[in-house]
Design a binder for this molecule. Structure first.
Ligand code: IYR
Length: 220
């Protein structure tokens, strides 16, 4: 007999419309998500960011270890330091580290080493992956777990009408130093969160998606 204490699965989310319609409506929200690099400085209340992080933290994780930390930075001076650190890494990336092929792949996105949006967006959510739990115990599938949590954070932001960018200045070690994070936390992603700027534009190439037949295989 399993020793785990079991409880009823209640309350449950039961939509009041057929799943076809509800799923299609969610897709209609999510397909309008864009990776945004032009943010408005319009404030976003801290409570909204807390709700996004709670949503992310509701993700499944290996042995429910929740191997993540979401460091939310609204302080202008700290945002500036993060921008300067990211731009230093990115200059190195664009001038030296990225090979020709990588630069060619990025060309349609129009990215460069200017990361001024990191100062404009009201919040930077710096996501860390825990390679051990805070009590030193083992974690399982941390890469997958944090990826799942971040996906849910992006969906929650989109649902709330907020824009995000999954930014990976690489290497990201400077973030752990700037934010004073302990050794068992590894930088995973830097996510600016805010409203898109008036007149925000996005690269057309990034809006294209593979057709369903190419990404889905069905065994009827
Ligand atoms: N980190 C760099 C380069 C970059 C890399 C990938 I892969 C992208 O999808 C986009 C950008 C930057 O942020 O500019």
């Amino acid at each position: 007999m399993p020793k785990a204490r079991m409880i009823p699965y209640a309350p449950r989310h039961v939509p009041d419309e057929p799943a076809e319609r509800v799923a299609a409506r969610f897709y209609d929200v999510m397909r309008l998500r864009r990776s945004v690099r032009m943010f408005s400085d319009r404030p976003v209340p801290r409570g909204v960011i807390e709700a996004l992080v709670r949503t992310a933290g509701s993700a499944p994780s290996g042995a429910n270890k929740q191997p993540w930390r979401f460091v939310c930075v609204g302080d202008p001076a700290l945002k500036r330091e993060i921008r300067l650190g990211a731009e230093a890494e990115e200059r190195e990336f664009y001038q030296r580290r990225a090979g020709e092929r990588w630069l060619a792949d990025l060309e349609p996105l129009g990215t460069d080493d200017d990361k001024s949006f990191l100062e404009v967006a009201p919040w930077l959510v710096v996501v860390f992956k825990l390679v051990r739990d805070d009590d030193g115990s083992q974690v399982y599938y941390p890469e997958e777990s944090v990826g799942l949590a971040v996906g849910m954070l992006l969906a929650a932001a989109q649902h709330a009408g907020l824009a995000t960018l999954t930014h990976t200045p690489s290497p990201m070690r400077f973030l752990a130093g700037l934010l004073g994070r302990p050794d068992h936390e590894r930088p995973y992603l830097l996510i600016p969160v805010g409203y898109p700027a008036d007149g925000c534009v996005v690269p057309e190439a990034a809006t294209r998606r593979k057709p369903l037949e190419q990404v889905m295989v069905v065994h009827p």
